[in-house]
Design a protein around this ligand. Structure first.
Ligand code: AVI
Length: 320
């Protein structure tokens, strides 16, 4: 039986991460990238979010794959040819991709995440279940630039990016990632999950749930910053805020100071007035037409999509 191989292309540099976080805290509108949510506790809190009744994206996307997986795979194979190389962005536990293996029969599965350490156990388990598929784990920060060694994508590939994480990028970064995904697929296809515009109350409940799990996920970022920067944030001084910004069609999450606060770290200080906010995340919501326009702008020529009965979420296949 073959074994998975692992390549760490991205050096995780805590000092660079600390300077990035500090620069964000010191900017006029304080902001911290959503990537800082995902320390070990933050990753577990995100998993809990995906099980909340109010958080519809995960189960809705899963239902779309369950209902249309076979049709999607036929359409993918039309674009890539048989036995494609499947490239899974932000693969984590690899579960979403593995559900498509039966239909797609990829010859190689390339799981990409920021650190190969997140991929080791899942790829070793998957390799035992699918001994014929060559498995490669790649540690890469594809949010900065997606480029894989050429030998990994020898032929037309399928880039797989479920979960609507594309919504957490700024508009320019999302376009750049789609362009990179098109180049990486090398004439193949992109299969991507996208959250759609829907009534305001439903959107806001998904990002401010009654159990407070999303609030804990947002506030936990302060604990992560305390460790990374040696800062003295007190979680109880801050409040989770989520609202839909209709002008940009996105949920915005913030942490709002409950009173005037001075936060200190490493010789630096940022004063916050009562009610002042740190911007922590955008989560864009598209119409089908708007996302198709973005795919076209990224260079894709052919596209189709599958959605659920309520039209809450869509999975797009883009090729060309
Ligand atoms: C990872 N990402 C797609 C989630 C989202 O819905 O934007 C992150 C999240 N933030 C709050 N709840 C979930």
């Amino acid at each position: 039986m073959q074994s998975p191989t692992f390549i760490q292309l991205h050096r995780i540099d805590d000092r660079a991460l600390a300077s990035e976080a500090a620069a964000g805290l010191l900017s006029a509108q304080a902001q911290v990238s959503p990537k800082f949510f995902y320390d070990p506790l933050g990753s577990r809190l995100f998993d809990a979010i995906t099980e909340l009744q109010a958080y519809y994206p995960t189960r809705t996307e899963a239902a779309i794959f369950a209902a249309h997986g076979a049709a999607m795979a036929d359409a993918v194979l039309d674009a890539t040819g048989d036995e494609p190389v499947m490239i899974d962005l932000g693969a984590g536990n690899c579960a979403k991709a593995a559900r498509l293996f039966g239909w797609l029969a990829p010859r190689r599965y390339v799981a990409v995440d920021i650190s190969v350490d997140f991929l080791r156990d899942s790829l070793q388990r998957l390799q035992r279940e699918h001994p014929a598929i060559q498995m490669v784990g790649v540690g890469l920060d594809f949010s900065a630039h997606l480029q894989l060694p050429e030998r990994l994508v020898d032929g037309r590939g399928l880039v797989f990016y479920p979960g609507s994480s594309i919504g957490n990028f700024g508009a320019g970064e999302a376009l750049r990632l789609l362009r990179d995904a098109r180049a990486t697929a090398a004439g193949g296809a992109l299969l991507i999950g996208v959250d759609l515009v829907k009534p305001l109350a439903m959107l806001e409940a998904a990002y401010d749930d009654e159990l407070g799990v999303t609030a804990a996920f947002n506030l936990n970022l302060l604990n992560h910053l305390n460790r990374l920067l040696g800062a003295d944030f007190r979680v109880r001084d801050w409040q989770h805020v989520a609202h839909f910004d209709a002008a940009h069609s996105r949920i915005q999450m913030h942490l709002q100071a409950r009173q005037a606060i001075a936060v200190r770290w490493n010789g630096a200080q940022r004063k916050f007035a009562a009610g002042e906010r740190i911007h922590t995340e955008n989560s864009a919501k598209w119409t089908v037409a708007d996302f198709e326009a973005l795919l076209r702008k990224a260079g894709f020529g052919a596209m189709r999509h599958w959605t659920d009965d309520q039209g809450w979420f869509a999975v797009f296949l883009a090729a060309g």
